[in-house]
Design a protein around this ligand. Structure first.
Ligand SMILES: NC(=O)c1ccc[n+]([C@@H]2O[C@H](COP(=O)([O-])OP(=O)(O)OC[C@H]3O[C@@H](n4cnc5c(N)ncnc54)[C@H](OP(=O)(O)O)[C@@H]3O)[C@@H](O)[C@H]2O)c1
Length: 334
């Protein structure tokens, strides 16, 4: 499997990365139950496919995702590049240090390869947070300082702190292209790699949902969908008809090309400028193996342009706000 360099660092990660948000999940969590055996299978199938990159966060299932990933990588730590994330509310220097130690313990490792700030810091000192991250890097506890969901203003602030920012992990898929407007150009200029999350739009881009009602409610919170239906947090009208019209066209194109829709969707993101590794969630070995095949696809320039043209009206409708959960006035990514 192809590996790509993480920004200015020497770390190389596979173009397909495994999102471990569902690991350690119980029945009340966002993704529902995922037992350790399934997590072990996903991790070992990933390693078999040449995937070396695994992403988690302290906030996923109250630390149980980190624990589950650590358990799945027991005795295999040297084969993996692990990223985890500090929540922005935990970025005061002493708290950050303590939370980094807690993540190390749950992961069962003595260093974190890539440490992301999960969302932009709004009510604490950005300078102090990044200075602490640089100290942790100098001490060998973390190997890369990276960010997630940062917009251009926030990226500039992080860079101004003096930290080397390697990656920006952010929502990017055929139906969510806002980052192309301002964020990708800045990342290209600054050599900050893009790590797209939700590349399958949490299942919608696999083609498995034929109508809005089939999508689990918590996967319908984004601005693609009507804002006045719980648990959405925005107040926008959404673009449901256009979204589903595009999904149906994608289904047809995938059939014409004889490619599974999930693989087509992943290969499109992988082909985009500035992308380092596409983070995709998998509940079991079968999904993992299906998704890993996308790395072997080399989409033609014509096909990529066709997919760009098809999805452009949705980018126009939802606009350049890269926070797909919050309306313009309260967007977190700026
Ligand atoms: N930084 C952030 O703020 C942030 C936010 C979101 C996600 N992330 C990261 O990005 C990772 C990926 O995003 P995501 O998990 O939200 O969304 P995703 O990768 O778009 O969707 C993953 C889900 O789609 C379904 N799926 C995957 N492959 C499939 C296949 N081949 N066929 C049918 N269904 C399939 C599975 O759920 P079901 O089988 O249950 O349908 C899977 O859990 C996360 O795990 C996390 O590490 C980061």
């Amino acid at each position: 499997m192809e590996k790509r360099k993480c920004g200015k660092s020497d770390t190389e990660i596979s173009v397909v990365g495994i999102g471990c948000w569902s690991f350690g999940g119980g029945s009340d969590d966002y993704w529902g139950q995922q037992d350790q055996q399934a997590a072990d299978e996903v991790v070992s199938a990933a390693l078999d496919q040449g995937i070396n990159y695994f992403d988690t966060a302290e906030g996923y299932n109250e630390g149980r995702s980190e624990e589950s990933l650590g358990q799945a990588l027991k005795d295999k730590r040297d084969k993996a590049i692990i990223s985890t994330k500090i929540s922005p509310s935990n970025t005061e220097p002493e708290t950050l240090r303590q939370h980094c130690e807690d993540s190390l313990r749950r992961l069962g490792t003595d260093f974190i390869d890539i440490y992301y700030v999960h969302w932009p810091i709004t009510d604490r000192s950005v300078q102090d947070a990044f200075a602490t991250l640089m100290d942790l890097k100098a001490e060998g506890k973390i190997r890369s300082v990276s960010v997630s969901n940062f917009g251009v203003q926030q990226l500039r602030e992080a860079i101004a702190s003096g930290a080397q920012i390697d990656l920006n992990q952010i929502c990017y898929n055929l139906l969510s292209r806002a980052i192309e407007v301002e964020i990708v150009p800045l990342c290209l200029e600054e050599n900050i790699g893009i790590v797209p999350y939700m590349p399958l739009m949490q299942g919608l881009l696999t083609g498995k949902y034929r109508s809005i009602d089939e999508i689990p409610p918590n996967r319908r919170r984004t601005r693609h969908f009507q804002g006045d239906v719980a648990p959405a947090r925005h107040d926008e009208p959404g673009a449901e008809e256009l979204t589903f019209d595009i999904v149906e066209h994608l289904r047809q194109i995938a059939a014409e090309e004889e490619i599974a829709m999930a693989q087509l969707s992943l290969a499109w993101v992988m082909a985009k400028a500035g992308v380092t590794s596409v983070l995709v969630g998998a509940r079991n070995r079968r999904q993992l193996e299906d998704n890993a095949r996308s790395a072997d696809l080399d989409l033609s320039r014509e096909l990529i342009a066709r997919l760009d043209d098809l999805t452009q009206p949705l980018l126009d409708a939802l606009g350049p706000n890269a926070d797909y959960w919050e309306p313009e006035a309260s967007r977190r990514t700026r």
